[in-house]
Design a protein around this ligand. Sequence first.
Ligand SMILES: [Zn+2]
Length: 303
Amino acid sequence: MRKAIYITFIVTILIAACQPNSPTRQDGKKTVVVTYSILGALVKDMLGDRANVIVLIPNGQDPHAWEPSAKDIESLMKADLVVRNGLALESSLEKTLSLAAAAGVKSFVASDHITVRKVGQGGGISNAGSEQNVGASDPHLWTDPLTIKQVMVAFSNQIKADLGLDLSTQAQDLASQLDSLNTEIIALVDHMPEGNRKLVTGHESLGYFADRYAFKLVGAIIPSLNSQAEVSAADLAALKTLIQENQVKAIFSEVGTPKAISDAIGKETGVKVVELSTHILPSDGSYFTFMRDLAQTIVKNLL
Ligand SMILES: [Zn+2]
């Protein structure tokens, strides 16, 4: 029943969006709808005021747990271009995105333009005992500035082809800023003893960061790429052993990490629990501040 209502609703919006007399924006600018706030920050950096940018998932919300509203679906159906992460980050939007694509709404999928990280054998969430995660595609591509650079260069090409906006100068500026950010993080991480570069996180969200800056993924409280997955007593027991064996200096909890569980693991292992922002933009809305804060928090707590 719910499904039938949903489909009727989508079809109604679809028809409305396709009407020739549907309202157009007064300013004549194109509208780019971005699903996720962190990608949205970069899209805004590149587009400036040359297009209207709408971000769907409110900053501060766990993207893995988000559900679209009727207004979000309407925005998507009316977009000139939809920008999304891909790799199941926006799993609740899949149906709407397919309908939008069928209606001719253009889309840019960030993960189509990078080397996708796969969960590795013998590290991170595959340490939880089961090998079911090995080979799974990791959606957290924003935790590496050079992966994001590839995304934004591809985005500038697509926006030229799809919307006729030439952003090559902005793309070059953004690419060089991302290179500088990478250099800055390398310098920061260089202060750390190599043996301390070990990560335990709320879920496995820092794989791209770990690959770029040579950190070892020890394990995750929720042994999944998705913060909403289940965790068993056996998983937690295995994680406690790994934390002790690896002499991990800090446990990083994130959005979506159950506080009672992270606190209990911290207490039982005697390791401090530190809140780390991996999915939420800081108050200035900048990707660059986000990455600096992330790297500084990690380095400071693992020294
Ligand atoms: Zn995540």
